[in-house]
Design a protein around this ligand. Structure first.
Ligand SMILES: Cc1ncc(COP(=O)(O)O)c(C=O)c1O
Length: 429
């Protein structure tokens, strides 16, 4: 892409004018929303708009594009795979990219998280994890264990099973309150009171519970809230004590985002099931994985056909997506991603520090390559988003949160432009 960003606002392209009224956009009141930006191409950490403007991307497409957009190594791997076999069904047939990826993920993940079930989105990975957990008990002859313990501030996806373990009040699915299966949603065990509440709940209801599901270290879409590894170790101990399965949703936190390859490593707590997606393919193609420990897999290993996991998304283990994921893992191996993340972390701390003390700013926090400025409230989200675009950056606040989750390959100058834009815009907010 050439040139710096400009203020050009040319006429919208034809495809935009004729197509926009035929698509339904996510998380948007279609009647009142501001028109979305038309994107022509993406490269590195830049989004080039159809009118020629260029934005520095602070979000990396919902945290997926961890190596920047259009990385040549991933590009070449996908092209090579496209020429050979874009897709083949994954039942009765297997292929090199999926089996290689399964082996590599098992090797990367701690403990005996060794058995990978592929799907095509994070929400489906959550569904699969929940289904695995419930069937784990069914296969052992226990029908009553179908509920989950989840936590305030949690977000696990938009499909109905996943919605039911999101925060029912603070979360985005509050409208469905009372209509979804009911689980136990409590505070993360961070202090005496919440630890006691967890204990009492498990004491009373363990026999109804299949598992505990949590986003380790950072609850993302529920408000970019951070907690310590100790909370996760406590959950591990509780799960062992009451014989429950522990599920870590690392769809957001996996692949370096919180500072180590997986948050469970940093927390020194190994879940029984882990879900991965987002940065798995470096933001190139949709793919997700639900990875189980040996003991979970063993509960399905039987002469009884009914003990099989009856799940199989049509595009599971798509060969192009698996090729992208293998190429993305190559980059984690070959390039100094964890060091880059540590540098980003330090730059976020420095760059966002001036937000502290600004009127309306409640908190400024950084973990790994996640920078957060929490405000008392944001009255005009769309207006704030538009202000960032005027400053030449793509930053998409939600709730009362302004956050940065840039690509790990972002240049220090670009990162400084992002943090400067946050400080500048919030000063005038
Ligand atoms: C922690 C977590 N779980 C699940 C999901 C759902 O993933 P998807 O949007 O791919 O369905 C998300 C998406 O933001 C997420 O952050």
């Amino acid at each position: 892409m050439e040139g710096k960003r400009s203020q050009r606002t040319a006429a919208k392209p034809d495809w935009y004018e004729t197509g926009l009224e035929h698509v339904w956009l996510p998380y948007a009141q279609m009647k009142t929303m501001r028109p979305p930006l038309a994107v022509a191409r993406t490269q590195g950490c830049r989004i080039e708009l159809a009118d020629g403007r260029e934005l520095i991307d602070g979000i990396a497409s919902w945290w997926t594009a961890c190596h920047g957009y259009n990385h040549p190594h991933i590009h070449t791997a996908v092209e090579r795979q496209l020429a050979q076999m874009p897709h083949v069904m994954f039942a009765g047939l297997v292929h090199e990219q999926a089996l290689t990826l399964g082996r590599r993920l098992a090797a990367l993940l701690p403990g005996d998280l060794d058995r990978v079930f592929f799907s095509d989105s994070g929400s489906v990975a959550t569904e699969v994890a929940m289904k695995m957990a419930v069937q784990f008990w069914l296969n052992r002859g226990m029908r009553g264990r179908k509920k989950f313990v989840a936590f305030s501030g949690s977000y696990h996806g938009d499909t109905t099973g996943a919605m039911a373990v999101c925060d029912p009040d603070g979360g985005m699915h509050a409208l469905f309150h009372g209509l979804l299966p009911e689980h136990f949603v409590i505070e993360l065990p961070q202090d005496d009171e919440s630890v006691g509440a967890l204990e009492r709940l498990l004491e009373r209801h363990a026999g109804e519970i299949a598992g505990i599901i949590v986003e380790p270290l950072v609850q993302g879409a529920g408000g970019m809230r951070f907690h310590d590894g100790e909370v996760l170790r406590r959950l591990r101990t509780a799960a062992d004590r009451y014989d429950l399965l522990l599920i870590f949703d690392e769809i957001f936190t996996g692949f370096g985002r919180t500072g180590s390859m997986f948050s469970c490593e940093a927390a020194r707590a190994i879940p029984d099931i882990i879900t991965l997606s987002k940065a798995l393919t470096g933001g190139t193609l949709p793919l997700a994985a639900t990875v189980a420990r040996q003991k979970v897999f063993d509960a399905f290993w039987s002469d009884n056909p009914q003990h099989a996991l009856m799940h199989g998304p049509t595009y599971m283990a798509n060969a192009l997506a698996c090729a992208a994921a293998n190429a993305s893992l190559d980059l984690f191996e070959r390039e100094p991603r964890l060091r880059q993340i540590a540098d980003i972390s330090a730059a976020l701390v420095r760059g966002l520090a001036p937000c502290r003390g600004l009127p309306g700013v409640k908190d400024v926090r950084v973990r790994g390559a996640i920078g957060v400025v929490e405000l008392d409230r944001i009255d005009d989200l769309d207006g704030l988003r538009a202000r960032f675009v005027e400053e030449g950056v793509f930053i998409r606040p939600f709730g009362s949160i302004v956050y940065l989750t840039p690509a790990f390959t972002i240049a220090p100058e670009d990162l400084a432009e992002l943090t400067n834009a946050v400080v500048f815009v919030l000063r005038g907010h």
